[in-house]
Design a protein around this ligand. Sequence first.
Ligand code: SF4
Length: 73
Amino acid sequence: MHKIIHYRNKCIGCGVCYEQQPELWRISRRDGKATLIKAIGKKDVFILPVSKDVLLKSKEIAAACPVRIIKVT
Ligand code: SF4
C-alpha cells in the first residue's frame, strides 16, 4: 500500500500542494497550514493511504514542497 506522509508542524502554508492537488489538500483557515484531507494524524504527522493512480502526482508535489515535509512511500 502506498502512503502520503505529511509532517504538518513544519508547514509554511505556501499552498503548492493545495494548488496542484486540491482533491487531497486544503489550507486550514485556523492556522494557515496545509491539511491532508482524511489523513490520520498523530503528533502532527499525518498519514493517508493512496492508490497507485495518485502516486506520481503526489511524488511531484512532495518534490515541489519548499520545506520537504511531504513523503510518499
Ligand atoms: S507544499 Fe509543503 S510547505 Fe507548502 S503548503 Fe504544502 S505542505 Fe505546506
